[in-house]
Design a binder for this molecule. Structure first.
Ligand SMILES: Cc1cc2nc3c(=O)[nH]c(=O)nc-3n(C[C@H](O)[C@H](O)[C@H](O)COP(=O)(O)OP(=O)(O)OC[C@H]3O[C@@H](n4cnc5c(N)ncnc54)[C@H](O)[C@@H]3O)c2cc1C
Length: 333
């Protein structure tokens, strides 16, 4: 049996993968429904342009998963204006973004409707496990093994425990004395009516830290705010007021994002590891404990490949070189 803490994209993809392999699992989710944290609120961009080769390979693998499994997946391009590019030497043909800046066109990216991905993962029929909602869980140590602490759960000697609970992982790192140094960042997504009927590729101005994409009949955008914040205490909610400067910045950057088309905003947290690489693998001391956290701004992009690799580690004790690079043991002090 594999006990998974958290029904975000990480926990649910792992459950799906274990189920395909005939491995018993249970997901424990503290909220009353899924999608209240980053996994249900993000921009849903599956971005294959990566300077980190490990993350690039994981995205490539994940694109194949979405193409095969996700009805809302759309293979799309990104008109991208990167920080560091030499337009004289790049193999990409220069293009012009809608804001007039010079950029490149990146094919083979993707877009999904994040909340619908979660709904599919929750709603599909499973043979080997179930999801327990309103079930907050934690991890304790007994006889050099991790045990799950959750209402009405029984854990046997052979069980594995997976920490896949986003920001909730910080409390567990503290309780177990693991210095994973995960830092929450608050980010905001703005929603606009698509009044001008924009239907082109995602527009991404990296210099400004801003992008927008079409999402059903609306446009979603971020102005690139990234606020490091303290982890929330139990029961504490974010009541962040969006930065009033951001819609004005977006309106200036992208002609389709006019102030009168703005419908609303939502903020959520990205859990950033110091080296920008997630933690996905076995704990350094407790052989039955696994970490699947610190997905930063890439949980949708690389989640499927990570879930596949972690299922191999749990089921067969096999660790691919990609997952080796994401081992929680890489941080030792
Ligand atoms: C504004 C914004 C835009 C983004 N855009 C993109 C994008 O375009 N592409 C991309 O790839 N990524 C994007 N991301 C990043 C992506 O959303 C995250 O990496 C991903 O959702 C993290 O998933 P998770 O499952 O680790 O965590 P979460 O989504 O936080 O899920 C964790 C779950 O665990 C539950 N939980 C917490 N503690 C406990 C506990 N003790 N017991 C039981 N349950 C618990 C929580 O309630 C939650 O449901 C974006 C993030 C933000 C904030």
């Amino acid at each position: 049996m594999v006990h998974i803490l958290g029904a975000g994209i990480a926990g649910l993809l792992l459950a799906e993968e274990l189920d395909k392999r005939g491995v018993s699992w249970t997901v424990y989710e503290k909220a009353e429904r899924v999608g209240l944290e980053a996994s249900g609120k993000n921009a849903g961009i599956i971005r294959s342009y990566e300077t980190d080769s490990v993350l690039a390979a994981l995205t490539e693998e994940s694109l194949a998963y979405y193409k095969a499994s996700e009805p809302t997946f759309d293979l799309c391009g990104i008109a991208f204006c990167p920080w560091e590019i030499d337009y004289e030497t790049t193999q990409h043909s220069p293009i012009t973004l809608v804001n007039g800046k010079k950029g490149i066109f990146l094919a083979n990216n993707g877009s999904v409707l994040s909340l619908e991905v979660l709904s599919r993962l929750v709603g599909q029929s499973y043979s080997y496990g179930s999801i327990k909602m309103q079930s907050e869980a934690s991890v304790a140590v007994k006889d050099n093994r991790a045990t799950l602490v959750a209402h009405a759960s029984s854990v046997s000697e052979d069980d594995a425990v997976v920490v896949a609970c986003g920001e909730g992982a910080i409390a567990i790192t503290k309780a177990l004395g693991r210095p994973l140094r995960l830092l929450p960042h608050l980010r905001t997504i703005y929603e606009y009516e698509n009044t001008q009927g924009y239907s082109g590729p995602i527009q991404w101005d990296e210099e400004a830290g801003s992008y927008f994409k079409t999402y059903k009949d609306i446009l979603i955008a971020t102005a690139g705010e990234q606020l490091p914040v303290a982890p929330r205490r139990p029961g504490e909610v974010d009541n962040y007021e969006a930065d009033p400067r951001s819609p004005a910045i977006l309106a200036k950057l992208f002609p389709a994002l006019t102030l009168d088309a703005l419908k609303g905003f939502r903020s959520c947290r990205r859990l950033m590891p110091l080296d920008n690489r997630p933690y996905c693998g076995r704990d350094k001391d407790l052989p039955n404990l696994f970490w699947f956290t610190g997905l930063g701004g890439r949980g949708m992009s690389i989640g499927p490949a990570l879930a596949y690799g972690l299922a191999d580690a749990i089921e067969k004790n096999e660790v691919s070189p990609l997952l080796e690079a994401l081992s929680p043991s890489r941080i030792s002090t």
